[in-house]
Design a protein around this ligand. Sequence first.
Ligand SMILES: O=C(O)CCC(=O)C(=O)O
Length: 198
Amino acid sequence: MFADGVLDLVEPIIGPDIALFSSHFICKPKGDGKCVPWHEDSFYWAGMVEPMEIVTVWLAIDPSHEANGCMKVLPRTHDHGYSEYGPVDTATNVFSTEIKKHLRDDSKAVSIILEPNHASLHDGKLMHASDYNHGNLRRCGYTMRYMSTRVKLSTEAQQYHQIYLARGKDHAGNPYADPTKSHEDFARIRETTKRRGH
Ligand SMILES: O=C(O)CCC(=O)C(=O)O
């Protein structure tokens, strides 16, 4: 998350002053796992940051192919970020809603096929999704999401979400958490307010 090799990938996009917004593994066991329905990350982060400028590095831990549910994107859809969503079945999807069908052209979808240690980058407003894993390999990716330190974490979000200074210096007056400490208070707040990360 703080390795120069990763930060060097995002610096040409967001500049030299970089904060880690969030990070997690997204793992689908072989022959299993739910679909990630079509969404924009920004839809889930609305109100948390201003401006909504977050880039995700999606690092492949396993091979990520169509058979085991690689990520797919709709190129050039990142001009909007807050589409209308309709319900989907949570028995087969990780979220309960997805971008309404008439607002997307699924025929333009591009699969992001990666080998272990390869990475893709996507803008927080880009429409993306992934199918369930119908292959015989686990599909695990590690997301690292970054923003410029000129982006402001809202006062409300500061109550339940932490960001970390990854490179350079702050410009927006954000508070930054200490990555060497475990912040169980924040974990408890997220649990009691049922806020889930994305
Ligand atoms: O890993 C996936 O299948 C989806 C990833 C995703 O939605 C994201 O990284 O924003």
